[in-house]
Design a protein around this ligand. Structure first.
Ligand SMILES: O=C(O)[C@@H](COP(=O)(O)O)OP(=O)(O)O
Length: 254
């Protein structure tokens, strides 16, 4: 029997999703479609009668704006929004800013798929010569983290994301859920995949086939031991959701 419910969602479409570039820790805003997606999620949850108690986001604007828009559409703007770097998108290292299809031209589609979806492959790290290095590491938000700047990642596999996310899930989010709070996590494609791997008990091989569309709330129902009681549910029009998943999967195609 389900004791707890939690929503996990990837933010609305970001400006660089449209340009097919690895965005990762670069702070791009939502595209016009991304704004519409976030509002539509809010309407969907409102119509279903949900009342949120707390929303967790990353430190990146696209995840925070998604939370704000969703809460506005629900008429629940007062609900606390808690930000943490531990929900940031996976750090794509030297791949940040690069176009996926161009990468496939140079390295092959299979290599790009491996970089994007494998569990324990870490892309080459970012270094100071990278065009976005200073923009990321000189940003004041990263002085507010619970680890000092020099220990923040320079590249991450999905496994690394789960390792930095899990202590926050266990220590901060789970206690809120246990207190009976309805929690929504407005995260990113890969921070949400890491969390779903953990919650759904997916194998390293199975997580490779999980791709998340933007702006789609995923409802997870858990028993008292935080084990799923039913398959996760992507809420909304199922045909549109499948099309949106295919669109993300096809980003590395030539
Ligand atoms: O970093 C990015 O560009 C995407 C994920 O890229 P893929 O893993 O799908 O290539 O993250 P998000 O848009 O969810 O913040």
């Amino acid at each position: 029997m389900s004791k707890y419910k939690v929503f996990v969602m990837r933010h609305g479409e970001g400006a660089w999703t449209k340009e097919n570039r690895f965005c990762s820790w670069v702070d791009q805003r939502l595209s016009e479609d991304g704004v519409k997606e976030a509002l539509a999620c809010g309407h969907l949850l409102k119509e279903a009668g949900y009342q949120l108690d707390v929303v967790f986001t990353s430190l990146l604007s696209r995840s925070i704006h998604t939370a704000w828009l969703l809460l506005e559409a629900m008429g629940q703007e007062w609900v606390p929004v808690v930000r943490t770097w531990r929900l940031n998108e996976r750090h794509y290292g030297a791949l940040i800013g690069l176009n996926r299809a161009e990468m496939a031209l140079n390295h092959g589609e299979e290599q790009v798929k491996q970089w994007r979806r494998s569990y324990d492959l870490t892309p080459p790290p970012i270094d100071e010569s990278h065009p976005y290095f200073l923009e990321i590491y000189n940003d004041r938000r990263y002085s507010t983290c619970d680890v000092s700047k020099e220990f923040l990642p320079k590249s991450e596999s999905l496994k690394d994301v789960l390792e930095r996310l899990q202590p926050y899930w266990d220590g901060t989010i789970v206690p809120e859920i246990k207190r009976g709070k309805l929690v929504l996590i407005s995260g990113h494609g890969n921070s949400c995949r890491a969390l779903l791997k953990h919650l759904e008990g997916l194998s390293d091989a199975d997580i490779v086939d999980v791709t998340l569309p933007t702006g789609t709330p995923i409802l997870i129902e858990l028993d008292e031991n935080f084990r799923p009681t039913k398959p996760m549910q992507l809420l909304g029009d199922q045909k549109a959701i499948q099309a949106a998943i295919r669109k993300v999967e096809d980003q590395e195609l030539l």
